[in-house]
Design a protein. Sequence first.
Length: 278
Amino acid sequence: MQTERVAEALVVRNSTDEEDKDLSEAPSTIAEQLVTEHRNGVKFRKFDGISGLPDAYRVQDEYVAATIGDDACAGYKIGLTSKRMQQMCGIDQPICGTIFSRKVFKSGAHLSMADYGRLGLEFEICVRLGRDLDASSEPFTPEQAGEAIDAVAAAIELVDDRQADYSVLDINTLVADNSWNAGVILGNFAPPPARLDALEGIAYQDGTELARGHGADALGHPFVPLAWLANHLAAKGRQLRKGDIVMTGSIVTTRFPTAPFTYRFDVAGLGSVEVSGS
């Protein structure tokens, strides 16, 4: 089964990526630089002191700790789970980041583009955990991860790429920068359908269809990236918990509005989610 082969490859890559490497700078130092550059509106750039993905996730942990304040983790985003998104970014594997509770919005939210270096919108299927995935039970298969889900929703992820140059995009700095997550817009949650991979999603801008995608575009099935995330967290002694939301990756290429906008994402069998901005 193709989905199982993809999942097995990702488990192998997870274990390889967790090998120790030395940072040329302390993770907290690089994280502080990221915080400062966000605050000052500095364009996204490569940090040469990050030597690999294990380093990048250590910096991400420090960056999240430095910016979350008294907020809480609402869940996680998984990025680059579709071929079209991997081709857009020139990166051939998924990445993840933390979603802050204060950045979870209901459908119909209105955004100010001035609040972002450059706002991007990604069109996804969000899943919600109905129970913990005990880290001691890893490695998780997509089927095992999927059994922990109690609800799914049409969703739009907000990303802030800070005017990144995609021709020279550095995956390590992208990951360190919390994988660019800037929030999520959620539709209403519904019970998981029998075939999440078969669902079709259609993205609209100002009422005009932009593009279509399917649940299967997320590494063959949204539960494949979910299992990858569960295994990634377990390798660091963490776990997905009941109530966590997980964005499973955009099935439509990122859109970057430059003028007042309204976007809607319809997922057959799940419902719709909408966001506007100016």
